[in-house]
Design a protein around this ligand. Structure first.
Ligand SMILES: [Zn+2]
Length: 331
């Protein structure tokens, strides 16, 4: 084990800790009870034929509840203007609030999308705060967020949930609304690990050149949105060719996580997208169920506060993929 990767310092070796998940170090990042932030109302909007559909969540909730009675469920609150404005322009907030024309082909102007998007961003903030307070947390919400730009909704995303949560974690305690529901610790550096199959172009744009943030995205390229080919400043991009071998993909994800941990963040946020799965209908990648279990095992060995936020994942197996990830993280 390289000593420079301090967060894995207890592990016998990098190979042991990451590939096989047999680190014998005490696990402090996550209690055995996964904290899930979820609002059932996030399933109340849909457009016929759209892959980002309510069933993604509707089928996941009962599966997790039936298998993991000990996990704790929390209803999130809406993100406030002050919190969203750390990432987005006031004009963008107004456009989402009054959405009447679709933002683009992928990103409809659903009725009340402002409400749903604010709940999703609020859940990301609350999950990050729960992590900072010592509890590993997962936001099980829609819409996703990692394609939303400062001034633009795109790619099924309206607000940059993970970027909003990151900027909230870095904000001074007296610099904005901070509910008293979660304990807060001092966070100087945040790392974002985005394993969704699409480049986290929105997150990249919202955090680029912020020295207190390190962002890594592992994604299909060529593929939508067609960005994320180069690393720069605080951004690490790992483009993966369509139909690449699963082992190459997993190795890139591992390298990305290691580099993020070298940054010595006090908080790790995960853009957890499950659309790199081999059977996902909108990508051409090859990960299997076990690989998402592996990602969860890695997080179990990361000894810093960690929260994950659902991004994509459009196959019918999404509930099982989420369970593999969370079960191995929270075990
Ligand atoms: Zn995606």
């Amino acid at each position: 084990m390289s000593s420079k990767i301090g967060c894995f310092a207890f592990c016998q070796s990098r190979h042991d800790s990451l590939h096989n998940g047999i680190c014998r170090a005490p696990r402090i990042a996550l209690t055995n009870r996964v904290q899930i932030f979820h609002d059932p109302r996030c399933t109340k909007y849909r457009r016929s034929g759209h892959p980002e559909r309510p069933e993604r969540i509707v089928r996941t909730v009962p599966l997790l509840k039936s298998r993991h009675g000990e996990w704790q469920w929390h209803e999130p609150r809406a993100a406030a203007d002050e919190e969203l404005l750390r990432a987005h322009s006031r004009e963008h907030l107004a456009r989402v609030a009054k959405a009447s024309q679709d933002f683009d082909f992928d990103t409809p102007a659903y009725s009340n999308i402002d409400f749903y998007a604010r709940q999703s961003a609020g859940a990301a903030i609350e999950a990050a705060r729960a992590a900072t307070g010592g509890k590993g947390a997962f936001s099980l919400m829609r819409p996703p967020g990692h394609h939303a730009m400062r001034d633009r909704a795109m790619g099924f995303c309206y607000f940059g949930n993970v970027a909003v949560a990151t900027l909230d974690a870095l904000a001074p305690a007296d610099g904005g609304p901070r509910p008293t529901t979660a304990a807060t610790g001092k966070v100087e550096r945040v790392a974002i690990w985005d394993f969704d199959a699409h480049h986290g172009n929105g997150t990249e744009a919202l955090v680029a050149h912020n020295e207190r943030i390190m962002f890594a995205s592992i994604h299909q390229y060529p593929g939508w949105p067609g960005t994320g080919t180069k690393s720069f400043a605080n951004v690490l991009n790992f483009p993966i060719a369509p139909y690449s071998s699963r082992s190459n993909h997993v190795r890139a994800a591992e390298e990305a996580l290691e580099k993020l941990l070298e940054f010595k963040p006090q908080l790790l946020l995960v853009s957890a997208g499950f659309d790199a799965y081999k059977s996902d209908p909108i990508t051409q990648m090859t990960l299997e169920r076990d690989d998402f279990a592996t990602f969860g095992k890695w997080l179990a060995d990361v000894k810093i506060p960690t929260a994950a936020i659902l991004e994509g994942g459009y196959s019918d197996e999404l509930p099982e993929l989420i369970d593999e990830f969370l079960s191995n993280w929270g075990s």
